[in-house]
Design a protein. Structure first.
Length: 204
């Protein structure tokens, strides 16, 4: 599908799927045995969703997708590390995915922990500390901009994450510059199920 979709068309497909999910009219596409058989030897997703690991944020469900539609990468607080970057670069080249969606959500536990660490000066223990350190630049930017609530900080973190992908990965940056892909920031509202566009990099 990615060979025929532009970044704008890919986003429209996701938006329409989310509208069905919100309204309770999901059609659960591409989830039958014939689709499964079709994908045995190859995959051709039309988007990559880089989202938080939160159990309430299953991309295929909230965008009403099926097998082979989305290449999904998840980490708590959609924190970037080498494995995330490698996964996203693989989606862009060789898979040729035309759209990267950075997906955050209300009441994010990882962002909440980072805000708490900023306010108290106390860092969590273990590898959660590493997670908080990766999210902290977004929290610092939010604080400088007068943003203090967790949900507003999530929005800032989503925006910052999209920009950081382009700053860190030449593969992604070149694909956006060439118009082969775009990077969108989206925030998911847990209560209503709506995925709201909050930022965009590239032609969409």
């Amino acid at each position: 599908m990615s060979e025929t979709l532009t970044p704008a068309e890919a986003w429209r497909t996701l938006r329409e799927g989310n509208e069905r999910f919100v309204s309770g009219t999901s059609i659960h596409p591409n989830q039958d045995s014939s689709r499964r058989s079709e994908l045995v030897a190859t995959q051709n997703p039309f988007c990559v969703v880089f989202g938080c690991s939160d159990s309430r944020l299953a991309a295929e469900i909230i965008f009403d997708l099926g097998l082979g539609d989305a290449f999904v990468v998840r980490s708590a607080g959609q924190a970037i590390d080498d494995a995330v970057l490698g996964s996203l670069e693989y989606a862009v080249d060789p898979l040729g995915v035309p759209l990267i969606v950075v997906l955050g959500h209300d009441s994010c536990g990882a962002v909440t922990a980072t805000v708490n660490a900023y306010e108290t000066g106390e860092m969590p223990k273990g590898f959660v500390r590493d997670l908080v350190e990766r999210i902290m630049p977004s929290v610092l930017t939010a604080q400088r901009n007068g943003v203090t609530t967790v949900n507003e900080t999530v929005v800032e973190h989503v925006k910052q994450t999209g920009e950081r992908l382009l700053e860190t990965s030449k593969v992604i940056a070149d694909a956006v510059e060439d118009g082969r892909t775009a990077v969108l920031g989206v925030c998911y509202h847990l209560g209503e199920g709506k995925a709201e566009l909050v930022s965009g990099l590239g032609d969409v």
